[in-house]
Design a protein around this ligand. Sequence first.
Ligand SMILES: [Zn+2]
Length: 372
Amino acid sequence: MMKQQILAMIGLTALSGCASVSAVSPEHEKLPAASRTLDMFKSDNEQCYDRQRMGETFVVDAHNHFRPFGGAAKSMPEINQYLLDTGVLFVNVFGIGQSLPVTSTCEYYLDCVGTPALPSMKNDFVNAVNYLDVDPEGTVMTLSMTFPDLANPENVVEQIKIMDKEYPNMFTWMGEVNMVKQALFGNGHAATPKEKIAKWAPFMKVLRERDIPISIHSDLGNDADPYKYAYLMDEALRLYPDNKIVWVHMGLSKELSHANPDKHIAYMQNVLDRSPNLMLDITWRVINDNYFADPKMRKKYVAFLEKNSGRILPGTDFVASHKKSYAVYRNEVLANSDIFKDLSNKAFRNIALGQNYFNITGMNYIAPQICR
Ligand SMILES: [Zn+2]
């Protein structure tokens, strides 16, 4: 399987100089959105966006891990090409909140239960070094601090100072950080104790002063007890109402793949209504496959996205392990964008065309108007 993928990639590279080649298999083709350019998102752009012609996939990947759990990573130039070929022009460059020890031969934490998988500054350094070396063209990359250990927050400000010294003003996002991630329970991670959340105060203050959003992974619960950990995000939102918090995956996970959609939506609506600075990230194909792909549930979630179209961020939750290929990323873009086909122009522009992302980051870009 691996060899075939590699051969396919090599084949693609060898053929890419030929304009009339039709031998590229569909999974290696560029998406229609690849015709987008950054100029279309500048304030003086007058070209409207044609959903039929330029595709209905997102332009922002607000959740992309450029570092794998262990083992080798994809190079930044290769990922940048994936982005360009799928029309993803804005991306959050996450490290990984659960890196395996360098002495481990594991490449995926679930393959090595018992091996600790903990946050580390290594990933963020490597991303910054790569970014400076590569200077990626055609895309806008937002570097993110992934190192904080939310259960042991005492050193986070100190660590931010180290980043400031080495890479001043380069990191403008924080996360994905794990408050509770059940998938990691076998690898030395446990739910953050509730009383530790108050100890985030010093670093949350730094984030507020710098207007930096924080993406938090916090499982709502599991299929046996769907709201088991809901109290954790409640506490974070209660203590830090003025921070820009992004709740990733809307609290859903593989462990919570059968939540009652009516209850889940009502719960999320209530949280959004009482937390004006909260945004939801609807990334990870697990959500599409278990919720949005079902026609009945999809209708309900489309209504939810419409109602809250200013509060939603899109993306893949891709993990750039050397085992992945362009075809994998392309599939993740397609799966995670599928529900956008059903959105109104207004919601599509806010979510998929990046207006929410430009608002939360304060970037000097604007989503184009949709062609009538
Ligand atoms: Zn993630």
